[in-house]
Design a protein around this ligand. Structure first.
Ligand code: NAD
Ligand code: IPM
Ligand code: MN
Length: 347
């Protein structure tokens, strides 16, 4: 029997219960699908930082590199560890080190979920550049603490980086409804975003079957609320994609429904699967975190591993759960109740 080795990084706050729920559903799915999943859990988190002074051991990346995939919950506990330390110590280095340059985030309404919009007839796939851009980490502060202080945060866009994410997005559009929206802010940002637009135009000639339109990020934010049904695949830089995908989560009913996959398309290193949401300190001790985003992310992991029918079974079980009205009202159902309902609906 085929066995996949999975690294489990539950992380902080609700990352723990939602990863446990996703893992239970993944195990049950594997059991009846003819493969097995061998999980190894790592306690890397803000608690780990408080004990050891680091978010993960120095050989953490090397350790993770030996797995077939990584399932992550959420990282961050800002009351105790600054986000700039925790995220730059765990989540962001993994995305970068494993060249997980495509962050895929689907936004559609699950059956029974009523989002805030009048019409629920949208099905958007956001593709977020995941390794460079505004998240380059380059920058600094001078004259710190003085009236003359200056802080610089440099966005880095490379031809290689922009081209590969755009190609990835064109390919995705080709496999869906053939429409690609490329998002920039080239009216205000005259180097990186003009560069991105130029590459988009050049690549468009190679994909004549894909209808590509460029939008400014501000107009796209409005479009996702006013006319989301007009969108198919949306591609954006790291920061713009981050913001648009919380907006995408909102129109699909909330962060508890938004799944994501950090993909290394070349398969030269493991990919990582995690919900879009964070550790939700405001509800972390209430037992009401919605595990659907994490379970759906688990399904995306099976899809990436090539277990397509098993992934589809997981998504069907999620859909049957929400259709039955379970997990659709934020805060009403317990995490365990929702997870159990999905397990009971696995066919
Ligand atoms: P958040 O996503 O944790 O929470 C935003 C709001 O959504 C909160 O009101 C929360 O209760 C709600 N929410 C989120 N997930 C939910 C779920 N599954 N079910 C029900 N409600 C849910 O964002 P934040 O508050 O800005 O961040 C908290 C911490 O998480 C910070 O340290 C932040 O940096 C970190 N963070 C990590 C990730 C990640 O690891 N991928 C993502 C986003 C934020
Ligand atoms: C996400 C998160 C992260 C990001 C944060 C926690 C660094 O918001 O995965 O969307 O911005 O990528
Ligand atoms: Mn985000």
């Amino acid at each position: 029997m085929k066995t996949y080795s999975i690294a489990l990084l539950p992380g902080d706050g609700i990352g723990n219960p939602v990863t446990e729920a996703a893992w239970d559903v993944l195990q049950a799915t594997a059991k009846t699908s003819g493969f097995s999943l061998e999980g190894t859990a790592f306690p890397w988190s803000c608690d780990f930082y408080k004990q050891t002074g680091a978010m993960m051991p120095t050989d953490g990346i090397e350790t993770l590199s030996r797995f077939d995939a990584i399932l992550l919950g959420a990282v961050g506990w800002p009351a105790e560890v600054p986000d700039s330390v925790s995220l730059h110590g765990l989540l962001l280095p993994i995305r970068k080190a494993f060249t997980q340059y495509a962050n895929i985030r689907p936004h559609r309404l699950l059956p029974g979920v009523s989002g805030p919009l009048k019409s629920g007839a949208f099905d958007i796939l956001c593709i977020r550049e995941n390794t460079e851009g505004e998240y380059s980490g380059a920058g600094g502060r001078i004259h710190q603490g003085t009236a003359d202080e200056v802080a610089v945060e440099t966005s880095i866009f490379t031809r290689k980086g922009v081209e590969r994410i755009l190609r990835f997005a064109f390919e995705q559009a080709r496999m869906r409804r053939g429409k690609l929206a490329s998002v920039t802010k080239s009216n205000a940002q005259k180097y990186s975003m003009v560069f991105w637009d130029e590459i988009t135009r050049r690549l468009a000639a190679e994909y004549p079957d894909v209808e590509v339109t460029s939008y400014h990020i501000d107009a796209m934010a409005a479009r996702m609320v006013m006319a989301p049904e007009s969108l198919d695949v949306v591609v954006a830089s790291n920061l713009f994609g981050d913001i648009l995908t919380d907006l995408g989560a909102a129109i699909q009913g909330g962060l508890g429904f938004a799944a994501s996959a950090n993909i290394n398309p070349d398969r030269s290193a493991p990919s990582m699967f995690e919900p879009v949401h964070g550790s939700a300190p405001d509800i972390a001790h209430l037992g009401i975190a919605n595990p659907i985003a994490a379970i759906w992310s688990g399904a995306m992991m099976l899809e990436h591993l090539g277990e397509t029918p098993a992934a589809a079974r997981m998504v069907s079980a999620i859909e049957a759960t929400t259709k039955a009205g379970i997990g659709i009202i934020p805060g009403r159902d317990k995490t365990e109740t929702i997870a159990r309902a999905v397990l009971e609906r696995l066919l």
